[in-house]
Write a protein that binds this ligand. Structure first.
Ligand SMILES: NC(=O)NCCC(=O)O
Length: 405
């Protein structure tokens, strides 16, 4: 992993560190680390993150099954007129369980078996809302453009939902399950969908990914279409949640729309690789949390998935059999600009956080981003922009033309 000449390793990092937090804390003097944390991680701005004491049973599962387990709580001010609304939220990141050459049903079952103890750990730790990673039931095979991977698609009430429904009921936990969906009632069309399973094991609803990448090996448009479900917010017993699936995190209007519909927590289940997006990863979610006064839970898968047949990226470079390293680094961001440390770049993991949802309104009241947003100005601009006769509002220096003539 460590490159001797300091060049980037295949996983996109230059020194094989486990997380940004660990890299900084291991290499900076404590007082410098504190200051860097304040600026980069939003710590100590009058608030700090507290470690959550987890039950031994959760820790035992993490040791036995070798997954990263972290738990920190965000704080909020006490209010006079409202009781705190603290919810415990979990994020799971994982690698695939078997080689991509194994029979598909074995691959899927292997992932179920691998996730079960991690979900159990969330359950015994009293997590209220849990979100899994994008297309968690399968390898991220969209790079290949091969049709056979469509076999992993299943209906909203299919095998993976049934598996999670029992666990949701057992642990009184809302589970967000992002899968490749096959819409049986509409000609078996395929979507990239998050199924929202209620704490009673019921299906509350679904959301289909709005924005589809066309970058690098992310050839997802070969498999499914842009979502048709808008920006739903799901009102659960624990709070109002929404799901901005992966590539949607690059689109501020997508984040905004979930906020306008009243989301208090927006999950961003993802699959992305170090060589492409890692510098963007810690910024985009945190910015969305600040701009929209809600919490964000970011999840990315881990590991390198090698496929049987080589494919190209259409960039003249040699064909290859893998996407690159999925760098994990799942974490939470809060409206007050703070964020948790990230899970490992290499290991499966469960990140748990307690968050008082009152912080959302407290930050709306403090910064007034909704009040100052001037939505009507932007509604007007966008309405004009989508018309064929739109002309950009550019005022040119009159001397520009004179100088060039
Ligand atoms: N799964 C997915 O949308 N990935 C796109 C790459 C990225 O957004 O970093």
């Amino acid at each position: 992993m460590i490159s001797e000449n300091g060049e980037t390793t295949p996983d996109g990092s230059i020194c094989g560190y486990d997380s940004l937090h660990q890299l900084l804390s291991a290499n900076l003097k404590p007082e410098l680390f504190q200051e860097v944390s304040r600026l980069l991680l939003g710590r100590n701005c009058g608030r700090s993150l507290e470690q959550i004491i987890l039950p031994d049973s959760a820790k035992a599962l993490s040791s036995k099954h070798d997954f990263d387990l972290q738990a920190v709580s965000f704080s909020a001010d006490k209010e006079q007129m409202r009781m705190p609304r603290v919810v415990r939220v979990g994020l799971i990141q994982n690698s695939i369980a078997l080689p991509t050459t194994a029979p598909f049903s074995d691959q899927k079952r292997g992932i179920f078996d691998k996730l079960k103890p991690i979900i159990d750990a969330a359950g015994v730790a009293d997590v209220n809302i849990l979100c899994l990673q994008e297309a968690w039931t399968m390898p991220f095979a969209f790079c290949t453009r091969e049709r056979n991977w469509c076999e992993f698609a299943e209906p909203v009430d299919g095998e993976s939902t049934k598996f999670l429904q029992q666990l949701a009921k057992k642990y009184n936990m809302v589970i967000v399950s992002p899968i490749l969906e096959r819409d049986i009632d509409h000609g078996e069309v395929i979507w990239n969908t998050a199924v929202i399973i209620g704490n009673n094991g019921n299906i509350i609803g679904k959301h289909r990914k709005n924005h589809i990448p066309r970058v690098g090996d992310f050839n997802e448009s070969t498999y499914y279409m842009e979502g048709d479900t808008g920006h739903p917010v799901f009102e659960t017993v624990f709070g109002k949640i929404a799901v901005n699936i992966c590539f949607g995190r690059h689109h501020p209007l997508n984040w905004l729309a979930f906020g306008l519909n009243g989301a208090e927590i927006v999950f961003n289940p993802s699959a992305t690789v170090g060589g492409l997006s890692e510098p963007m990863w810690p910024i985009e979610a945190r910015n969305a949390a600040i701009a929209n006064s809600y919490f964000v839970g970011s999840i990315n898968r881990v590991g390198t998935e090698v496929f049987p047949n080589p494919f190209t990226s259409g960039d003249g470079k040699p064909q290859h059999n893998d996407f690159g390293h999925f760098y994990g680094s799942s974490h939470f961001s809060a409206p007050d600009a703070s964020c948790t440390p990230s899970l490992s770049r290499y290991k499966d993991g469960l990140m748990i956080s307690d968050m008082d949802l009152n912080l959302c309104r407290q930050y709306k009241d403090k910064w007034g981003f909704r009040m100052t947003a001037r939505y009507e100005v932007y509604a007007d601009l966008l309405a004009k922009y989508i018309k064929p006769d739109f002309k950009p509002q550019v005022v040119s220096d009159q001397l520009l033309n004179k100088n060039s003539s």
